[in-house]
Design a protein around this ligand. Structure first.
Ligand code: FAD
Ligand code: NAI
Length: 475
């Protein structure tokens, strides 16, 4: 007799494993299938985020920033270190150990929540049957009352710069270099390009980033992008805007990168080239031809606002469906799908999803940018506060950047909050909560913020919206 479950989840990234746990918390019988295999041959839950994305990148961002600060900032604090030395093997060992602990943690969470974690591939067949092929075994058919597809995404490969895993690499390989490349080329000044470019630049690489767009960080608020762009330049990141990759040829141990800037052909020799031009939904081998699931013209699984596919009882969540490719977006969709399956009311507020870029300075925002508000035609007011005027930021020696709030002129609604500066990714949480609760700008103004904290910058920015900033002259 074939196995049966109330819910079968395919994919154990942050969208799938969270959906599985939530469904199990509702008392449902749940299996979660994943086939992720690491470079060392081991299988692990956690998907891109834990194995090759969010977590390892943040581990290296932290280590590289500490190295950079020890080299360049400690003296200012009155700390003499002598020569600061880099031990890349130890740094990578720490990164790998954090990943191992967290991915192992998911296996533990599955056990605690009575989710059957199945290692192997899953394929949705017609009639909500799932074919499960264990890594070393024969396929078996599982009956599922409900299925959640959470198969994630994979890096886009450019036809004229194909990955070889050695010289032309994707973000995963670029997280696992065992030596600092002398010259590193990066294609794409998006989130990955900036985060990984920062890591290797701080560790000593000469980093050149080639970006097709003319506007730096086009998706961010212009003021914030300008502050960040200026600082990255000061740090030594060479970002070529309006430059399009036209070819990449691997020679003797190096890569010649051909590109066009303002229509003029140019080239660059690097030791490693990271291609980070976006990710595409990953659905290879996921769907039988008669599964009934539709993909859109970009390969995303078609879903409605509640992540329901066209097949009743089959949901899809995370990077394999429309919307920003962010771990927290996928997790919330996973929670929603599990709650809906359990018969509860659930929704995801797609208007209030925070974005964070973990560079130094960090960049974070929620809601609309000033240009988006302007284009919407709504009258608005803005207020900002520079970290240079924050006592805590000064004490931390991290005074670059500002907090900025955009509010509706008529009813004081908070339309967007944009932060570039220290701990921006932590500070944005307050703004997300305020917007989720429909707080007004005045509500933030009247909320007590501890002194001296970085969060006072958000408070002062809210006061500045009505020209009532107390620790900075109002414009
Ligand atoms: P994934 O994490 O991709 O997981 C999908 C899983 O499904 C995989 O384990 C895969 O093996 C499995 N799978 C697929 N098909 C099958 C099948 N047929 N059978 C069995 N298993 C299958 N996002 C953030 O929010 N913050 C960050 O700081 C951040 N940093 C990032 C840094 C990098 C370098 C990268 C590459 C991404 C980063 N992201 C970040 C994006 C984030 O990793 C993704 O948005 C997130 O992992 C998507 O989650 P998911 O569960 O939808 O998919
Ligand atoms: P991205 O979409 O952020 O940036 C890709 C960049 O490459 C764009 O600026 C684009 O204009 C440029 N580009 C595209 N084709 C090009 C070409 N031929 N030549 C030169 N430039 C070109 O994608 P990225 O950085 O690969 O990240 C993928 C996804 O992973 C993002 O959508 C993001 O959501 C997620 N991610 C999130 C992080 C976070 O939340 N901190 C960190 C890293 C990734």
């Amino acid at each position: 007799m074939s196995k049966s479950y109330d819910v079968v989840v395919i994919g154990a990234g942050p969208a799938g494993y969270i959906a599985a746990i939530r469904a199990a918390q509702h008392g449902l019988r749940v299996a979660c299938i994943d086939k992720w295999q690491n470079f060392d041959g081991s299988y692990a839950f956690g998907g891109t985020c834990l194995n090759a994305g969010c977590i390892p990148s943040k581990a290296l961002l932290e280590s590289s920033e500490l190295y950079h600060r020890a080299e360049h900032e400690f003296k200012k604090h009155g700390i003499k270190t002598g020569g600061v030395e880099l031990d890349i093997a130890a740094m990578q060992k720490r990164r790998a150990s954090i990943v191992r602990q967290l991915t192992g943690g998911i296996a533990g969470l599955f056990k605690a929540n009575k989710v059957d974690g199945l290692v192997g591939s899953g394929k949705l067949l017609a009639g909500k049957k799932v074919e499960f092929t264990p890594v070393d075994g024969e396929p078996e058919i599982i009956d599922a009352a409900n299925v959640i597809l959470a198969s994630g995404s994979t890096p886009i490969e450019l036809p004229f710069a194909k990955f070889d895993g050695e010289h032309i690499v994707d973000s995963w390989h670029a997280l696992e270099f065992d030596a600092v490349p002398e010259r590193l080329g990066v294609i794409g000044a998006g989130v990955i390009g900036l985060e990984l470019g920062s890591v290797w630049s701080r560790l000593g690489s000469k980093v050149t980033i080639i970006e097709a767009m003319h506007d730096f960080l086009f998706m961010a608020d212009r003021e914030v992008a300008a502050v960040a762009g200026k600082d990255f330049k000061k740090q030594g990141l060479d970002i070529l805007l309006g430059a399009k990759l036209t070819g990449a040829a691997v020679g003797k141990g190096s890569v010649t990168v051909e590109f066009e800037k303002e229509g003029i052909p140019d080239s660059l020799d690097v030791d490693k080239l990271v291609v980070a031009v976006g990710r595409r939904p990953y659905t290879d081998g996921l769907l039988a031809e008669d599964s009934g699931i539709q993909l859109d013209d970009r390969g995303f699984i078609e879903v409605d606002d509640e992540c329901r596919t066209r097949v009743k009882g089959v949901y899809a969540v995370g990077d394999c469906v429309r919307g920003p490719m962010l771990a927290h977006k996928g997790s919330e969709e996973g929670v929603m799908a599990a709650d809906l399956i359990a018969g509860e009311i659930a929704e995801v507020n797609y208007d209030v999803i925070p974005s964070v870029i973990y560079t130094a300075p960090e960049i974070a925002w929620v809601g609309m940018t000033e240009q988006e508000v302007r284009e919407s035609g709504r009258d608005y007011k803005t207020g900002s506060f520079p970290f240079a005027a924050s006592g805590r930021a000064k004490a931390m020696e991290q005074t670059t950047g500002m907090a900025k709030i955009i509010s509706a002129a008529d009813d004081d609604e908070i339309l967007g909050v944009h932060i570039v500066g220290p701990m921006a990714g932590e500070l944005i949480g307050e703004a997300v909560l305020a917007m989720e609760f429909d707080a007004s700008t005045e509500d933030i103004q009247r909320t007590i913020h501890a002194h001296p904290t970085l969060s006072e910058a958000v408070h002062e920015a809210s006061l500045a919206v009505d020209k009532r900033a107390l620790n900075f002259p109002n414009k």
